[in-house]
Design a protein. Structure first.
Length: 338
């Protein structure tokens, strides 16, 4: 069988085939977790009466351990269909699924309680009778804050007062209940402004926390990374601190052992410095004169391995050429012993 060489084939066809292969490889790498042999897991569906803030990508946990993630949250008629994928976990045909609160900032996760004797069929949904949604306190306060201004608390208090008067001849437990409702209505009426202010403040707080959610998450993640790095470097930090302590101990012992030898040396050095300070002017004059002397010696010996100097008065005046008397009246000594 003769195989056509690559150079002899149509380059356009080769390029198209190569691009298709690269596209398929990139798509497979992007969706690797959905491939059956690489990851994927088993996908289940559950119906909820409300989503309660659950979103795609949130965790799925069994007994607090992450076993998967939510793959989709869609509206299906009057219920919410939640698709989630689970890896290496058993889901029974009586399992219950609930939306739980993960953090104080409002993050949610899907909590699965694996119950039942037979495995759950991935093709059939988990009904709303086996699913639960959390009670969102934030939404309740928001709703109360919006509706409390529409309540006529004075009229409500008067209504409870009327009910209490109506049941005043009733049995003691009924009368006590009516009086308690009346007292409650009076308290609500008296604290109307304070309650409105409190609920308005709580609403602003929840909005602020919602807008700063990413900042809080980043802060917590960075703090977690910092603590993890400190824990990882715990041994190194411990060795550093113990080494510094041992070094201080050794230096203290060294000074204590050599105190007798160091003290006389330091005393002598102190005396020498005292003498130098007292004779500072003399030392300054010596150094200034030594500069001129060193310059003359350098001029004498700086031209080679000989002396280069001039001595005035060595040659008698009568040996000098006419018209060249010695400068500065430098005359040779008189002869004849004078």
């Amino acid at each position: 069988m003769n195989i056509k060489p690559v150079r002899a084939r149509n380059p356009v066809t080769i390029g198209i085939v190569g691009l298709v292969v690269l596209l398929l490889a990139g798509l497979a790498a992007y969706r690797a977790d959905a491939l059956p042999f690489i990851g994927g897991g088993t996908t289940y569906s559950a119906d909820f009466t409300e989503s309660a803030g659950l979103d795609e990508g949130d965790e799925v946990r069994i007994a607090g351990v992450k076993v998967g993630e939510v793959t989709g949250v869609t509206l299906d008629g009057a219920t919410v269909k939640v698709d989630f994928r689970v890896r290496d976990a058993w889901i029974g045909d009586s399992s219950t699924v609930g939306i739980a609160i993960k953090t104080l900032l409002g993050e949610k996760y899907l909590a699965v309680d694996p119950l039942g004797d037979a495995p759950q069929d991935p093709g059939s949904r988990i009904e709303t009778g086996r699913t639960t949604s959390p009670y969102d306190v934030t939404q309740a306060f928001d709703g109360l804050g919006e509706t409390i201004e529409e309540i006529d608390t004075a009229q409500l208090a008067q209504s409870f007062e009327t009910i209490s008067e109506t049941f005043k001849d009733s049995p003691p437990h009924v009368r006590s209940a009516a009086e308690g409702l009346s007292a409650l209505s009076r308290t609500v009426s008296e604290r109307d402004a304070q309650l409105a202010t409190l609920l308005a403040g709580s609403k602003r707080l929840t909005k602020t926390l919602a807008t700063k959610k990413s900042s809080f998450e980043t802060l917590l993640e960075d703090g977690n990374l910092l603590l993890g790095e400190i824990q990882a470097r715990r041994d190194s930090i411990h060795l550093l601190l113990t080494g510094a302590r041992d070094l201080g101990t050794q230096l203290t012992a060294l000074v204590a052992e050599n105190d007798k030898q160091l003290k006389p040396t330091l005393d002598s050095l102190s005396r020498v410095t005292t003498v130098l300070v007292k004779n500072r002017k003399s030392l300054d004059e010596v150094l200034s004169l030594a500069g001129s002397y060193n310059r003359l010696v350098g001029n004498t010996l700086g031209n080679g391995r000989w002396f280069d100097n001039y001595v005035c008065g060595v040659v008698p005046k009568n040996y000098l050429p006419a018209g060249t008397p010695p400068e500065n009246d430098c005359m040779p000594p008189e002869q004849g012993g004078r």
